[in-house]
Structure formats: C-alpha cells, structure tokens
Unconditional design. Sequence first.
Length: 173
Amino acid sequence: MSADHSTKQNSHEGIEDPIIRPMRLADVEGVAAIERVCFSDPWSARAFAAEVTGAGGRNWVWVVESRSEIIGYLVAWCVEDEVHLANIAVAPDRRGRGIGRSLMNRLLKKARERKSAWIALEVRFSNDAARGLYESLGFRSVAIRKLYYQREGEDALVMMYHLPPEPLRTEEE
C-alpha cells in the first residue's frame, strides 16, 4: 500500500492491490455495512457522510479499497496538537492480513507530518486483536473509561502514542 511498510508486516495475503485513499460519499454505504458487522453499536451511514463532508479537511477519513471493494476504513479527528482515532475497522473476512496495520501506519505518518504531540484512542478490554496491534505499534495504556461501551457494560482502555518532537537544529546544521 505504501513504500514505508515492510512486506512481513503488511503482506496483504490474498488481497489484490489494496490502496488507502480518502473516503468519498459514494463509499459511505459500504463503510456502514462493515461497521454494522463489526460493532454492536455502529455508526450510521449518515455519521460517516458527516465525517466525509465536515471538518474542513482537518480530520482524516480513509478507506482501504481492493478491486473496487471497500475492505476497511479509519476516521481520525485532529484537534490542536492531538489526533484522536475515532473509528477503525477491517471487514471480518479480510482481517489478519495487515490492513489494520497499514491504516495505523498511515495514521502515524500523517500525525508526524502534522507535528502532532500524541494520538489517543479507546479500545474495548475484550478486543485482544486490536489491543495487540496498538501495543505492537507503540501505544501505551494510560487510563480506563468505565462503562464506555454502555450497551454491553464494558470498559474501554484509553491508549496513547506520544510523538516525539523533532530535535532542535543548531545553527551549525
């Protein structure tokens, strides 16, 4: 998907020519279909449409597409020096092939380019696969949000990734 990803981490086995691109209104129904399969309290198609059309370009709203099919997506909000991962999912039949990792690597790259101080997210305690991915990328647990997922009565783990500031350059450099 991008030259900065290693083959081992992002082999995308069985997925032809996946690309990450900005979400369009035409993608919203496909994204909402994945959302309904993945989450018990899903965002609506209308919510995704609002993400696509709103925020004046300050937020990142991406899809992963393979052979004209949407197979994953990510929504991140940029506020001040923080990036908040609001939503990410990969179609269940496409998981375990590096798609989520590629989306997260793109997020990390864009946050660095933006000179953000950190990336924050919430994840279900029971979502071992997502927690493992975030930890492998360098996210650290910082807090618990009690009953964050109210429908199931489940807590969320708040995780953060601190982006180190660029070193100051001296006049000699």
